[in-house]
Design a protein around this ligand. Structure first.
Ligand code: PLP
Length: 451
């Protein structure tokens, strides 16, 4: 059986090629732009390849009770919408996806809203949404017979890649810039057996070296220029629609780094509408850190037509990217859904993260830009009281415990960074206290904290 129904379309010049024709750097030979996966059989209404919306909703629900391993994946449960493999038997899964959609009653109340949710992608097997993309793209690598996979990353991509490679019995290579290493996240890549090389260059330099390597040697590139990653990363859009009984939220708010995730979620909603699974599409808003805001500048200066790379600075390491590869795709998603592009300062990110923590939901600082962005949309009156909003929390709080501890100890932000936010920060900080080892002293500490 051939489960493969896809082709690749260049996002820049529109050239179409088969999946096996693409160059190892995933760039178009004519214009250098990125590719996007498309399914030609979906376009004609009478085509036998076009999925039937009613049947799919029923089938996907049935699979929740299935005993087949592939059906337990929150990515491959929706495999009719990602027919990218010759055989789904080649899928490499760690039971990713099926992440919770949590209500946020406290934040909703503070913002005067009724319908606020968080889609927590940090609840994936390696702790970030990268797993949903990695299960898709690494399965393609395995099916095409690669022995080695590689990425340039200091964070979550390498953790996800190394885990899925280990499950598939493939070797993995991680290139990191020397001296700028997030050891907390890299510990996962090491544990899952990746070959990790520190290069005397920055992140962009690592990407350049890796691009040359994959042109020479049979190594499969798993950075988010690989369009199959986006096919996995679009599936949370399906989960959100399913959880809301096939109504879509009015707004979806997503952090922006390399800008693949916002692009993928937009693709997911657009395909669902084309296939008649949902009637409309949410407005998709991308939020960047103020110190790593090339898309914000692009919209300010040219409405998303041009983008100049910036030097990126933010403690939210997962979005510390100055030259995002997928910016054109993300710009198109924001424009076509009537969304916004916003930025959040370091203090706004830290406060939002602590507020989510106070609701019992830990996330990475990069994820908290979504709540910081929503506050701005509410203040500007662009999100209504009764509109439904979903924040995409991209990573787990334990990915960057140093950040959280620094916040609560009061060492995270410099005085000029926290200016104007001192009271909010003071109200959210919870320092560990040194207390005598007696019941009386502990009870006194509780009393003091309650007052
Ligand atoms: C990768 C990542 C992002 C950024 O996603 P892009 O697709 O690069 O925009 C945001 N948050 C976390 C936790 C991530 O791992």
């Amino acid at each position: 059986m051939n489960d493969n129904l896809h082709q690749l379309r260049c996002f820049g010049c529109g050239a179409r090629i088969s999946g096996s024709e693409v160059k190892p750097d995933f760039r178009c030979v004519d214009c250098g732009d990125l590719f996007e996966v498309e399914y030609p059989g979906w376009a004609q209404r009478k085509s036998l390849d076009r999925p039937n919306a009613g049947a799919l909703k029923w089938l996907w629900r049935e699979r929740r009770c299935s005993s087949e391993a592939l059906d337990h994946s929150g990515v491959w449960r929706f495999r009719e919408l990602l027919p990218i493999l010759d055989s789904f038997g080649n899928a490499v899964s760690l039971r990713e996806g099926n992440t919770p959609l949590y209500a946020l009653p406290r934040s909703a109340k503070a913002l005067g809203m009724d319908q606020l949710f968080a889609k927590h992608q940090g609840m994936n097997p390696t702790g970030s949404f990268k797993d949903t993309g990695m299960t898709a793209a690494l399965s393609v690598a395995r099916e095409r017979g690669f022995q080695w996979v590689a990425c340039a990353s200091t964070g979550n991509t390498s953790a996800a890649m190394a885990a899925y490679a280990a499950r598939a019995g493939l070797r993995s290579l991680v290139l990191i810039p020397e001296g700028k290493i997030a050891w907390g996240k890299l510990s996962q890549a090491m544990d899952y057996g990746a070959v990790t090389c520190q290069l005397k260059t920055d992140f962009d330099g690592c990407v350049r070296v890796l691009t040359e390597i994959v042109r020479e040697a049979p190594i499969y590139l798993l950075n988010s220029v690989n369009p199959y990653r986006l096919e996995g990363q679009k599936t949370p859009a399906i989960e959100i629609a399913e959880a809301l009984d096939w109504n879509v939220p009015d707004h979806l708010i997503v952090p922006g780094g390399n800008l693949a995730n916002s692009s993928a979620l937009g693709k997911g909603f657009q395909e669902m509408r084309e296939l008649g699974l949902v009637a409309r599409i949410p407005r998709i808003t991308v939020v960047q850190a103020e110190g790593a805001n090339p898309l914000v500048r692009s919209f300010r200066e040219s409405r998303g037509a041009e983008m100049q790379p910036v030097e990126a600075h933010t403690r939210a390491t997962a979005i510390r990217i100055g030259n995002p590869a997928s910016w054109r795709k993300a710009a198109r998603v924001v424009q076509s859904t009537d969304g916004w592009v916003l930025e959040a300062t370091e203090a706004e990110i830290a406060v939002a993260k602590a507020e989510l923590g106070a609701e019992g939901l830990g996330c990475e600082p990069a994820s908290a830009v979504t709540l910081a962005g929503l506050k701005k949309l509410r203040a500007a009156g662009t999100v209504g009281d009764s509109e439904t909003v979903v924040l995409v929390l991209t990573g787990h709080t334990l990915k960057d415990a140093d950040y959280t501890i620094d916040f609560h100890r009061g060492t995270l932000l410099r005085a000029e960074e926290s200016a104007g936010y001192e009271r909010e920060i003071a109200a959210l900080r919870r320092e560990a206290r040194n207390v005598d080892a007696t019941p009386g002293a502990v009870l006194a500490a509780m009393k003091e904290a309650a007052s």
